[in-house]
Design a protein around this ligand. Structure first.
Ligand SMILES: N[C@@H](CCC(=O)N[C@@H](CS)C(=O)NCC(=O)O)C(=O)O
Length: 223
């Protein structure tokens, strides 16, 4: 059996969350960069794998899967040496992890990140709207609450929910800094995510490039 192949762009938060999962379970994957700006995702070969033409897409020996929040549980269930990142038999904990994954997809990524970057990409906007800043702060309030009693988003050990939300938060904190007086638990949790041994390679590098790209576009929008 060959290595699973992951197609993505390192600037993408949802791609980086899967890269962190692969590192966390010590899975040897082949990573192939797709250039959305050059339209690689709209080419026939890519559409055959993923008709929805999104990144990330996983090619696991001819079995294709897209949607980072589906890829992460799949990789853990199929390849991890233990199930700590997504427990097999603890139904309650799995449900809570799924809830946080949906929160990441719907709120952090879908509402907040897209709310910041889509107006920059499609309307040459140079600022973040007050409505989006409000959405992001509301998301921080929710996360502060999720972390009220726990060190991680579900309990006191790392799960795939932390890696998904961690990638999103790494970008959101750059655009909408979190007030330490209001969000001490959220900030402390993110320090724990940043301390993961694979964080720099799998997330920080791509995040720096992402923030620079969006800021450069915002600066152009001002001209
Ligand atoms: N919820 C999806 C989001 C995937 C997504 O929309 N990715 C963007 C890049 S960050 C993309 O592929 N855009 C190109 C397109 O939709 O054609 C996931 O987590 O995988």
């Amino acid at each position: 059996m060959g290595k699973p192949i992951l197609y993505g762009m390192e600037i993408s938060t949802v791609v980086r969350s899967v890269l962190m999962v692969a590192k966390a379970i010590d899975l040897d994957i082949e990573y192939r960069e797709i250039d959305l700006f050059a339209g690689d995702h709209l080419k026939e070969e890519y559409l055959k794998m993923n008709p929805q033409h999104t990144i990330p897409t996983l090619d696991d020996n001819g079995e294709y899967l897209w949607e980072s929040h589906a890829i992460a549980p799949y990789l853990v269930e199929k390849y991890a040496k233990d199930d700590s990142l997504f427990p097999k038999n603890d139904i309650r904990k799995r449900a809570r992890i799924n809830q946080r994954l949906h929160f990441d997809n719907g709120v952090l990524y879908g509402l907040c990140i897209r709310g910041i970057v889509m107006p920059v990409y499609t309307q040459n906007k140079s600022t973040i709207s007050p409505e989006t800043i409000d959405d992001v702060n509301k998301a921080y309030v929710h996360m502060e609450k999720f972390l009220e009693k726990d060190l991680y988003l579900v309990g006191d050990s790392l799960t795939i929910a932390d890696l998904a939300c961690g990638a999103s938060i790494s970008a959101l904190f750059e655009f909408v800094p979190a007030d330490p007086a209001k969000y001490p638990k959220l900030l402390a949790w993110f320090e724990r995510i940043k301390a993961l041994p694979y964080y720099k390679e799998a997330n920080e590098k791509g995040n720096i490039a992402y923030i620079k790209m969006v800021r450069d576009l915002m600066a152009k929008g001002k001209q």
